[in-house]
Design a protein around this ligand. Structure first.
Ligand code: ATP
Length: 448
């Protein structure tokens, strides 16, 4: 009988799987946890790395984009120039009834009244502007002159290195700089697991263009980014563009679109694609006194390039992909009992383990053959050796963490040097020579 497929209905189910299987733990859990900070566990750290590699490869394995890894701590004037010191604020409101503190826009109704998202009351304080940057001190003396900030976005590291990257890599415009790194925002209302946190990782790419071509590249990047998200397996009808109206447009932006994803808690921003004009480079030119112009040899003209930016949170994308991948397959067995198979239908590239290696018994010849397969595959991917429990239970353990293949080594395998490969999604099995496992898996990855 065909299984009934049930997608993820509430976030709590995923949070519990993530903790149980070692994807994500609460930070400092043994001390009671630290608000909205999360740690990626044994499987989560590999999974997140795979998400980053998918982005990094898509961005940098081409001729017109180079990579960068800038420091988190930057010269304090950077944040003056970028506008973050003066304008990187959220309007903070307190509910006088239940004492809940929230972002005014998170409680604003269509008619403009502000209601507390927790208790619904409208007895709230006037909004006060609250700067989201974390402050710290550099050096031994605490004081105004040593005050610095943890970066609230990775983009500024790219702008201040525009010239270094362009000249050292000998790039001509149009070209881009891509970076993955931690950012910090003292969010007023963080939440929804790893969706909105105070410490998070961003994957940003700034594409520098000749000003009159910015609209064209903006359209190209919108399309390219949507295709990237679709290729990672996100469902088409759970993705949409939403344009920033004049009110929501950042002070520097010429045009901005968000890609939104339908999470279990509603449609929310996943990625931003912005036409930032020449705002950033012009500001850094003014504040640093250094020219950040580009000289176009062919046309003999000088200009400050425009920037088309794509910015996505790695944690937020990792969450979207997990929500998207989770499914339960419910079947009624012959004896009338309900069977539930939990599957993370991640693309194989993203799955933490590429294969589970399962010897049918703990007898030495089977173990030896299985360990040899593990060593061979470990040259290419992370795989998991598991010999405990029934084979059915072991399959389920792998399904639940998204392992695309299970390789079973049985008594016959030792004689005929063949193994059984089981596919996560179809549960179909193939018997193949052990020496062909690597090429069999590689082929399947490419055709997935
Ligand atoms: P929001 O409106 O959700 O606060 P934003 O518009 O300020 O986000 P950007 O500054 O454009 O976000 O940052 C680019 C991307 O970084 C976002 O699309 C999101 O994926 C990610 N991001 C931003 N803030 C956070 C956060 N606090 N936690 C996790 N990811 C974040």
């Amino acid at each position: 009988m065909a299984a009934k497929i049930v997608p993820l209905e509430d976030l709590a189910t995923l949070v519990s799987l993530c903790k149980r299987r070692g994807f994500v733990f609460q930070s400092s859990e043994i001390y009671g946890g630290l608000g909205s900070c999360w740690d990626y566990g044994p499987l989560g750290s590999q999974y997140k790395l795979n998400v980053k590699m998918a982005w990094w490869n898509a961005m940098t394995r081409r001729d017109d984009i180079v990579g960068l890894d800038a420091a988190i701590l930057m010269h304090p004037t950077v944040w003056k120039a970028s506008g973050h010191i003066d304008t990187f604020t959220d309007p903070l409101v307190d509910c006088k009834d239940c004492k809940n503190r929230f972002r005014e826009d998170h409680g604003t109704k269509d008619d403009g009244t502000v209601a507390c998202p927790k208790c619904g009351g409208t007895n709230v304080t006037e909004a006060r502007n609250f700067n989201l940057m974390f402050k710290t001190f550099m050096g031994a003396v605490e004081g105004d002159s040593s005050e610095i900030f943890l970066r609230p976005e990775t983009a500024q590291g790219i702008f201040v290195n525009f010239e270094n990257a362009q000249t050292s890599a000998r790039k001509k415009i149009p070209f881009g700089i891509a970076q993955i790194g931690k950012s910090f925002r003292n969010e007023i209302t963080p939440g929804n697991f790893i969706f909105r946190t105070r410490e998070f990782e961003q994957m940003e790419m700034q594409y520098f263009v000749e000003p009159s071509t910015a609209d064209k590249f903006f359209e190209q990047w919108k399309e390219a980014r949507m295709n990237f998200l679709l290729n990672l397996g996100l469902e088409k009808d759970r993705l949409k563009f939403s344009e920033h109206g004049p009110d929501a447009l950042a002070h520097y932006a010429k045009a901005a679109f968000d890609v939104e994803y339908k999470f279990p808690f509603g449609w929310e921003e996943l990625e931003g694609i912005h036409n930032r004009g020449d705002y950033d480079l012009s500001q850094h030119q003014e504040f640093s006194g250094k020219k950040l112009e580009y000289f176009d040899e062919a046309n003999k003209k000088k200009y400050v390039p425009y920037v088309v930016e794509t910015a996505i949170g790695c944690d937020r994308l990792s969450l979207a992909l997990l929500c998207n991948a989770y499914r339960e397959e419910h079947t009624t067995l012959d004896n009338g009992k309900e069977d539930k198979r939990v599957v993370l239908g991640l693309k194989p590239e993203l799955a933490p383990y590429k294969a589970g290696i399962l010897p049918l018994s703990k007898k030495e010849p089977l173990q030896n053959m299985s360990r040899k397969i593990q060593d061979d595959l470990n040259q290419h991917w992370l795989v998991n050796y598991d010999e405990s429990g029934s084979i059915g239970k072991r399959y389920r353990r792998q399904d639940e963490v998204g392992t695309p293949f299970c390789i079973t080594v049985d008594f016959e395998s030792v004689d005929d040097q063949k193994v059984t490969i089981r596919h996560r999604d179809t549960m179909a099995q193939d018997r193949i020579p052990a020496e062909q496992i690597k090429s069999y898996m590689s082929d399947k990855f490419m055709n997935w």
